[in-house]
Design a protein around this ligand. Structure first.
Ligand code: SF4
Length: 314
């Protein structure tokens, strides 16, 4: 059986070198062409071209046995993440992969085409340590248009899964799909109350997808959402302390000052523990939306300046 390995993870395995922005998680792709039809995804059902890409990352396929050998020779990873597309036989395939990887004793996160609580139970029974149930689009109308699925069913599933498996559920949210900030922040509030970990992604337009012409979100918007996500996820503010103008979230000076002690954490990649997804949303040549490593003092000061210039004093 072949399995996709993210190019960054494969580089670590083959070169046996860990840099400060190398992946701390081993990212694997199980299955490629997907039966789902998410409008932002290169593996979607309606995409004609076969591709080894997911977001802007390539996932060259290798034999599972070869991966086993590479891992037994050099394994600096603190987590394994299995991204599973919706393909016929995915449950059998994931079972085979987990059975082969379990012996390495690294926590496994699984992001799979989960439809119900039975699927969640199935994956935990097989050996998952955490499960991701992706929302991606943070608003009902947008979700149903972009993902072609039912919003209430997905939100209820996440809520129920988080009750049955407290602190073990993650979700992915993409910022910049056209969502209203007030709706996005309400969703982040609910997920935080349910103790669901949020992995933020910056929307990345991919050539050939229906959303290829939508630009990436501005850094100012993305930093604002990172801040509010961090504060709500860590229960450092109340939703009622937040201010909105029309649909937009206003980042006040008081909120910005509250974030200063956490500045080195807020802008790093969020989601499962030890997940740093280097350069998943942007080229290494530009400022990262999600920092896969500690920030430098210069980077921290740049973000402070960006925020202070955009903050409203209330
Ligand atoms: S947050 Fe990271 S480790 Fe968790 S499912 Fe998403 S990509 Fe995988």
């Amino acid at each position: 059986m072949k399995i996709g390995v993210s190019s960054g993870s494969l580089e670590v395995l083959k070169r046996r070198v860990v840099k400060k922005d190398s992946p701390t998680t081993l990212y694997l792709l199980v299955g490629n062409k997907c039966l789902n039809n998410c409008a932002f995804c290169i593996q979607a059902r309606n995409m004609r071209k076969e591709s080894f890409m997911l977001s802007r990352i390539s996932w060259p396929p290798i034999e599972l046995k070869e991966l086993e050998i590479l891992l037994s020779e050099f394994n600096p990873f603190k987590r394994i993440c299995l991204q599973v597309t919706n393909h016929i036989g995915w449950k059998n395939n994931i079972t085979e992969v987990i059975n082969n990887l379990k012996k390495h004793n690294i926590p496994i996160s699984i992001s799979a085409p989960i439809e119900n609580l039975e699927d969640v139970n199935f994956l935990f029974q097989k050996g998952a340590e955490r499960i991701n149930i992706s929302i991606d689009a943070a608003e009902k109308e947008l979700y149903e248009k972009i993902k072609e699925k039912n919003w209430e069913e997905k939100i209820n599933l996440i809520k129920e899964a988080s009750k049955n498996f407290p602190e073990k559920i993650t979700t992915h949210i993409i910022v910049g799909l056209g969502e209203k900030e007030n709706k996005l922040v309400e969703l982040i509030r609910d997920l935080s109350n349910w103790r669901v970990r949020i992995a933020l992604f910056a929307f990345t337009p991919l050539p050939g997808t229906p959303l290829e012409n939508i630009p990436q979100p501005s850094y100012q918007k993305y930093r604002k959402i990172q801040i509010i996500t961090y504060l709500l996820q860590n229960h450092l503010i109340d939703f009622k302390d937040l201010k909105f103008k029309d649909d937009d979230l206003i980042l006040t000076k008081t909120i910005i000052e509250k974030t200063y002690p956490y500045f080195n954490e807020i802008f790093k990649t969020s989601g499962c523990p030890e997940c740093n997804r280097p350069y998943y949303n942007e080229s290494p040549r530009i400022t990262p939306y999600n920092y896969p490593r500690d920030l430098t003092l210069k980077e921290i000061n740049e973000i402070k300046l960006l925020l202070e210039n955009g903050a409203r004093v209330i």
